[in-house]
Every structure is written in C-alpha cells, then in structure tokens.
Design a protein around this ligand. Structure first.
Ligand code: GFB
Length: 322
C-alpha cells in the first residue's frame, strides 16, 4: 500500500467539479459549500464537451484548478447500458482520459475519480471486497461502462506511481436521491420505480410494472452520503488504494418496490416483466475498509426514499412539460 501523508483541502483552493450539474457532482458541490468551500469551477456539458481534448485543455489552462472531482460520466440504468455499450465505453474513456491527463499536466494537487460497484465480476463472492477486482468475467449488461471505470481507476494508480500525482478513486454502490434522472426507460431502478409507483397512484392502477424477476439484489445509497464519503476521503487519504462506498446492506428489487410504495403511500400488485434482464444477481459491497478508515453511511433506505419521493413531487414533476 502506497500510503503517504495527506494535506487537508485548503478553503481557498479552486475546485473543478466535472459533472457539476449531474446527480453526484451536484451532491459534492452541496457538501463542499456546506463545509465552506466556495471556489468552485465547472461548466455544463453543453458549454464544455469533456470528450474533446482541446476544449478540456483550454479549460484547465484558463482555470488552473487545485482539486478535481471527476464525477462526469455517461451513466444510465440497465437498459441504457444494454442499448449503447459503445457510447458507454467511448464517452467515458474520453472524458476520464482528458481530465486525468490534464490534471497531471496542470499540476492538480488532488483528484477524486468516481467509479462504480459494477467493476466487480458478475459472480463475485458477496459482499464484494476491493481485492476481487479483475478476478472474473464482468456482468455483460454493463461491461462497456465497467471497462471504462476499471481503466479510470487504473489510470489514477499508474499516474500516482509514474508521475507522483495524488489521484484517488471510490467505488459507490447503486445511488439514488436528489438530482437523479427519472426517465422511464434510461434511469436506474430506484428513480424508475418512483415514477412508476407515482403514475399508478395518480391513475389508480391496480398493477405496477417491474422489470426482471424482482429477485436481483442491490445495495442502495443516498447520494448525499456518497458526497460525504468523498469529502472525507479527499481530506484524509492519499495513496494507491481504492475504496468501496455503500450502505453495507442490500434488498431485492421486489423489496425496493415495496419500500417505494410505502414512501408514496400507495400499494398495488407488482407485475414482473421477465423479458427484461435482471443484470447481476447480487451487488453488495464489503464496506469494512471505509469503516476502518472511520466513515459510515448515515441515511436509511426508508428515509432516503421518502426524501427522494418528495423531491420528485416538488422539483421534478413541476419542471416537466408534457
Ligand atoms: O438500476 P439498474 O438499472 O442497474 O437496475 P444495475 C437494477 C435492477 O432493477 C435490474 C431491475 O435487476 C432491473 O431488472 N428493474 C426493475 C429496473 N424495474 C426497473 C426499471 O423500471 N428500471 C430499471 N432501470 N431497472 C447498473 C449499470 O446496473 O448499475 C450501470 O447498468 C451502473 O452501468 C449502475 O453501474 C450502478 O444495478 O443492474
């Protein structure tokens, strides 16, 4: 383990949050501002295409960030990944290559790369420890995305080794919460089921469609807990280890749907569409390394889903125009 002494983040330091308007980037910005960090740069993807090397280089030349949060990525739920594996691989490789390399060239003091629990093999023993990385075949439904994320975390390690940079990586479990994408087809499961349960409630439907068998198991974490973990690591860790970040417990998709029905105060029969894939049978992180480092998630799934349902009602639905 290449562990070296770390300096705490300086309040005057300039942050570049790549993916600032996304779910994870905006949660990290909320956390930084709550902790008194105000010097934050970051453009919307329509103003800075992170897949293009030259505009990214020009941005670094102009902004000279001290700290970089690499939360920009092409993301989506299981069917979005199945339909566009080439884009999930290409876009993510381009984005992370450009930002990691520019961070080296422009002497960024610390970079945090957001990977994903889907980097672990499909049939990993559960819960999944950090050392299971590359011990077996990946889950086919998100192989392109996983390969890009593995490349990103390896790049951070190799850059540290070869160039003496301070680039660290985290592996979050499935996320939900504020800033999520609630698209019916492309979103992740928690947001999709919130929309479906609410639609059933509004229409008074007796059934709710759920993809797959409902037996796949997932670990969910409220996105603000992830932001808290990222801030904790940025302030306390430098080295070539990477960290699983999760809630430490999983539920079946059927149980998740039931919890969402509780949050929405509406119950109907779940209708499982087994023509849609389950994906990995189980995805549960071993979070003991993070716990030993002194960090634990705070938000229960029940509480987080309630907050997310309220957010969907108050912020997402009113902004939709159809
Ligand atoms: O969240 P999700 O799309 O991601 O789906 P993954 C999880 C499970 O929920 C699968 C079931 O077993 C789905 O069959 N599911 C049930 C649904 N109903 C729905 C629905 O309406 N929408 C969706 N999306 N799922 C993703 C990867 O895998 O995990 C990403 O594809 C990323 O690349 C993310 O890594 C964290 O956990 O299967």
């Amino acid at each position: 383990m290449n562990n070296k002494q770390t300096n705490n983040l300086k309040k005057t330091g300039k942050f570049f949050i790549a993916g600032r308007s996304g779910q994870v980037g905006s949660a990290i910005e909320r956390k930084l501002r709550a902790e008194g960090y105000e010097n934050i740069a970051g453009l919307r993807s329509k103003d800075l295409d992170l897949r293009q090397q030259e505009p990214v280089r020009a941005f670094f030349e102009a902004e000279r960030p001290d700290y970089v949060i690499l939360a920009a990525a092409k993301v989506g739920g299981i069917m979005a990944n199945v339909k566009a594996p080439a884009e999930f691989l290409y876009d993510n490789l381009c984005i992370q290559n450009n930002i990691i390399e520019c961070s080296r060239i422009y002497g960024v003091k610390k970079l945090l790369f957001l990977a994903s629990s889907c980097i672990y093999p499909r049939l990993s023993p559960q819960p999944m420890k950090e050392e299971y990385l590359m011990d077996g075949k990946l889950e086919p439904t998100n192989e392109g995305y996983a390969i890009a994320k593995i490349a990103g975390l390896k790049m951070c390690q190799y850059y540290n080794t070869q160039y003496g940079t301070d680039f660290i990586s985290v592996m979050p479990c499935n996320l939900y919460g504020y800033g999520d994408n609630f698209s019916p087809e492309h979103s992740h499961v928690a947001a999709a089921l919130i929309r479906k349960v609410h639609a059933a409630k509004t229409a008074g439907s007796k059934t709710i469609p759920v993809w797959g068998t409902g037996k796949a198991r997932r670990e969910f974490m409220f996105v603000d807990d992830l932001a808290d973990a990222c801030f904790y690591l940025l302030n306390s860790y430098s080295g070539n280890d990477f960290f699983n970040v999760g809630s430490g417990t999983d539920v079946s998709i059927k149980e998740l749907a039931e919890l969402i029905m509780n949050a929405a105060g509406y119950h109907a029969e779940l209708e499982f569409d087994t023509s849609k894939p389950d994906g990995m049978p189980q995805k549960l992180l071993d979070v003991s390394k993070m716990e030993k480092a002194g960090w634990k998630a705070k938000t229960s799934l029940e509480e987080g889903l309630k907050k997310t349902y309220e957010y969907f009602l108050e912020k997402v639905l009113p902004a939709e125009t159809f």
